[in-house]
Ligand binder design. Sequence first.
Ligand SMILES: CC(C)(COP(=O)(O)OP(=O)(O)OC[C@H]1O[C@@H](n2cnc3c(N)ncnc32)[C@H](O)[C@@H]1OP(=O)(O)O)[C@@H](O)C(=O)NCCC(=O)NCCS
Length: 255
Amino acid sequence: MSSTTSSFPERIELSGEGLVLRDWTEADLAAMPTLFDHPDIAYWTPIVSPFDEVAARARLDLDRKLRAEGTTILLAVTVDGGAPLGEVMLRRAPEGTELGYAIGPAHRGRGLAARAVRVMTSYAFEQLGAGQVILELEAENAASVAVATKAGFGLLDVPLITGEEKGRPYALQTWGLNRPRPSASPKLSSGTCAADIADTNRHEQQRSRPILGARQGRAQPGGPLRHRSRVINLIGMWSELKTRVKTANRPSTRR
Ligand SMILES: CC(C)(COP(=O)(O)OP(=O)(O)OC[C@H]1O[C@@H](n2cnc3c(N)ncnc32)[C@H](O)[C@@H]1OP(=O)(O)O)[C@@H](O)C(=O)NCCC(=O)NCCS
């Protein structure tokens, strides 16, 4: 199956793990610079810097355009559907279903990123039919490596993805998590999902970057490659995850 053929719902709200992942709205524009205008977000992600309210407006517009095109979902990370604390991205690309994440500096260390990744991954498996979800990140980005590990992903034995952005080179590792087998996840039984399996044999490549993914910065001392293991298929992990998905095509109460 092509990973870019089906459309996304116009409205998405995902609940689970004590989080509500919801659509961004105009009401969030003032808060977005507080979350994203930060040196490490500029350093590790493709998010524009400086990030002001003009950038916020442009990002919301792009978010809606990419959603309509069926390529990318950007959701605000919240605990109750209210104040945004960060963002999680899902991008359907030919090479696989990729997630990205950024949490506002004031809200880190609460498990928000790891939980948001788990909820979004469950959505990808259960609702989008993804066979594998991938993360692309720099080995030197210790926080992102920790999030990937905490969320159950394993480093894939594939070549680094190299490129250049914001005038600097990047080299991305690919981490992956496979969809659990049907026997371990009753929700996914008998043909409800078509596989969308990333090509784990892809060769070293350069390609356009997602609007929220990882990006290479300068090499940092003391940052050797970590977790050089093959991908771990954590069969059964998702059977524990109770994720409620609301994808109704109805006007949002927040708009
Ligand atoms: C990476 C980022 C999203 C993590 O957000 P977060 O909500 O603080 O992460 P979590 O609280 O879910 O932490 C998950 C795990 O990572 C660990 N972790 C978090 N920050 C860390 C750091 N700087 N160094 C090492 N480990 C870290 C946590 O301790 C936790 O593990 P534990 O539960 O075993 O203790 C956040 O630091 C960020 O937005 N960074 C800038 C943008 C970025 O790098 N995005 C990723 C691009 S690939």
